[in-house]
Design a protein around this ligand. Structure first.
Ligand code: ADE
Length: 261
């Protein structure tokens, strides 16, 4: 998978050199490049923003600078797809192939595990990280004629820019790419996975710690009992912390689940 990130603070993305994502880059599983938006400015001060049309506080990022950057980074692949769209084969912007442009913004669609799973199947993702009051709205509008554009939010709070949101999305998507997480089994039972429940509590040695013991069932070796216990714990935890996840479920609760609640 190829990922490009464009930001005025490329150093923010240094965390992507660490841990599993860092290893995936070194081994060639992830081809990740971070670009400095200011490289596409043409003035002496390397200006990327200006005052908002219509007035108001703050600054807005300029469409012309973002346009030049995205033309280069999205590249020829996007142009080829746009031509296909013009033939009427695919709906404009909703191309099946080619890069996906991701714009982190508090006004976007909320990013979740489903979105991460879907984006993990793409070949090329381009993250456009805005700062200040955001990017001139014409950028998303114009590029959606050429590529699929997804404006996404990582939650109902406002950050100073899109970099942290891009980090979150890249980690969530990257770890689902084949080979990035060494043991793919660890992706099966996790929270927000197929079961649609928060994960059960986990324990390891020491067996007894500060007067708290690991539940006996986990040391019993009885796998059927352990599975039932974990399911009950996952249900109880979800009911308490995220009751919304028990409503409108893709996989309905069984009678045994309901009795456990
Ligand atoms: N930029 C600022 N706040 C954000 C948020 N909550 N999600 C994504 N991008 C953002």
């Amino acid at each position: 998978m190829k990922i490009d990130v464009i930001s005025i603070f490329p150093e923010y993305l240094a965390a992507l050199e660490l841990s599993l994502i860092g290893k995936a880059r070194t081994s060639g599983l992830l081809d990740l490049t971070v670009h400095n938006l200011r490289d596409w400015t043409t003035d002496k001060h390397r200006t990327v923003d200006d005052t908002p049309a219509g007035g108001g506080a703050g600054m807005v990022m300029r469409a012309d600078v973002w346009g030049a950057a995205l033309d280069d980074v999205l590249g020829a692949a996007a142009d080829a797809d746009a031509d296909e769209g013009a033939n009427g084969d695919v709906e404009a912007g909703a191309t099946e192939e080619g890069p996906v442009l991701l714009i982190p913004t508090p006004t976007g669609r909320v990013f979740d595990q489903r979105m991460a799973e879907e984006l993990a199947g793409e070949d090329h993702l381009v993250f456009a990280c805005g700062r200040y009051e955001g990017i001139d709205a014409r950028v998303a509008e114009k590029f959606s004629e050429r590529v699929r554009v997804v404006e996404f939010s990582i939650g109902d709070y406002v950050l100073n820019g899109g970099e942290v949101a891009a980090l979150v999305a890249i980690e969530a998507i990257g770890r689902l790419s084949p080979g990035v997480v060494g043991n793919p089994e660890s992706l099966i039972e996790e929270s927000h996975g197929a079961a649609g429940l928060l994960e059960y509590p986990v324990y390891t040695r020491p067996t007894s710690w500060r007067g708290a013991d690991i539940p006996d069932v986990l040391l019993s070796g009885d796998h059927a009992r352990i599975t039932r216990w974990r399911r009950r714990k996952a249900l109880a935890r979800t009911a308490k912390r995220r009751p919304d996840m028990l409503i409108d479920r893709a996989e309905p609760l069984t009678m045994e689940d309901k009795l456990a609640l």
